[in-house]
Design a protein around this ligand. Sequence first.
Ligand SMILES: [Cu+2]
Length: 215
Amino acid sequence: MTSSEAPRRRTLPAVLAAVLLAAAAALLPALPAAAHDELVSTDPAADAVLDALPPQITFSYSADVLPDAGATVVEVTDVSGASLTDGAPQVSGTDVTQALAGTASGVVSVKWRVVSSDGHPIDGEFAFTVPAAAPTPTATPSATPTATATPTTTASAAPTASDQPTAAPADEASAASPLPWILLAVALVIVAGVLVYVFASRGGRNTADGGTAGR
Ligand SMILES: [Cu+2]
């Protein structure tokens, strides 16, 4: 909002801008001559991944928001669109708190609207994620004996297996384990390459789109 207002104001003649400002000051005498407020942070933060639905969402703004009833609207919905809010949002100074109720898994969408201290409504939305309930751990985690299972012994261990009474589990483990590790290593290399590419390309044009910077 601030970013869309500033260029327009610059294009207007100075006299017209002064007249508009005077008219606005006359129409809104009680309000301080301030700029838009901005949403500074939220808890949980946007795109956060949580273990469970939090009991509440807190929005922190750059200035006091209008505490009038109905001025603040918060909608919190799960993937199916069901509302997760519990009661009305509470305004306290620069903070708005919305209690939540129910359970959710997946993406939780948050839409908010407040009236900032200069009388202008501002709004926005974000989302966070509540993963599906983790499956209950049924089996004990990998009860393989932690003997010295050197993978090289499997090739020549056929004739004299005197030191290994149970050779079958060791063979299965050593035969199954290398492939996932190789795939993981390849994936890590690919991810690292992509990250290097992204950061390198972003560094060249970071002034082009600073939209998320807040100005
Ligand atoms: Cu404003």
